[in-house]
Design a protein around this ligand. Structure first.
Ligand SMILES: CC(C)(COP(=O)(O)OP(=O)(O)OC[C@H]1O[C@@H](n2cnc3c(N)ncnc32)[C@H](O)[C@@H]1OP(=O)(O)O)[C@@H](O)C(=O)NCCC(=O)NCCS
Length: 183
């Protein structure tokens, strides 16, 4: 994973050295179900999942600069088409509401369009996930529609997913507008 830096964060590849921090937030019942997965029950379960994330090479760890601890992840996942990827994120609860995820998203979106040369980034949230919805809105993603009973969650519930996307042209336009606003 290419290392990316923001004001408060370092985004870099995960390592098994991060296992205890990873388990610490993945066992929180307020986190996984919002993103579709079961809270982790054991360090062994977290280790298996952490290893698969490392192997996937699609997920950055979010490390806070103040103490270098792992406080979440952000992923850019390959999907059916070669020209688009899906963004996903998770953040340790103690850090919610400080704009950390938007800060990480900004760096990953820039990387995705400018270095990976993607044409489109997609993102989804469940109907009840207003926290993620706010991040998506703040990043300027465009609502595409609702996929009905799209995902079977770990607890057997079929959930609608609300889909959004950003095109490279939209990203470039926003960058130009931001530059103009600065001058
Ligand atoms: C979604 C998530 C990554 C957002 O990260 P974040 O860094 O807190 O994002 P922001 O700081 O921009 O806050 C987003 C919204 O969360 C809400 N929020 C803030 N603090 C909160 C708290 N302590 N508890 C509940 N919601 C809170 C606010 O509505 C905020 O929107 P606002 O900026 O309009 O006030 C985080 O809530 C999380 O990890 N959730 C569980 C996993 C998940 O849902 N992943 C995404 C799956 S699609």
């Amino acid at each position: 994973m290419k290392e990316l830096k923001t004001e408060r964060l370092i985004l870099k590849g995960l390592s098994l050295d991060n296992l205890s921090d990873f388990f610490d937030y993945c066992k929180n019942p307020k986190i996984g179900p919002m993103a579709g997965w079961k809270p982790h029950d054991s360090m062994e379960e977290s280790e298996k999942i952490l290893k698969s994330m490392i192997t996937s090479n699609e997920v950055w760890g979010l490390y806070h600069k103040k103490d270098s601890r792992l406080i979440g992840t952000i992923g850019l996942h390959k999907r059916s088409s070669r020209n688009k990827k899906e963004l996903g994120y998770v953040l340790r609860e103690e850090y919610w509401g400080q704009g950390i995820t938007p800060e990480a998203c900004k760096a990953v979106i820039k990387y995705a369009f400018e270095e990976e040369k993607l044409h489109k980034i997609e993102i989804f949230h469940f109907p009840f996930n207003t926290q993620s919805k706010r991040v998506i809105e703040k990043m300027g993603f465009i609502f595409e529609g609702i996929r009905r009973e799209d995902i079977k969650r770990f607890d057997g519930k079929y959930l609608d997913s609300f889909g959004y996307s950003m095109l490279k042209s939209e990203y470039e336009k926003k960058e130009r507008n931001d530059d103009n606003a600065k001058t």
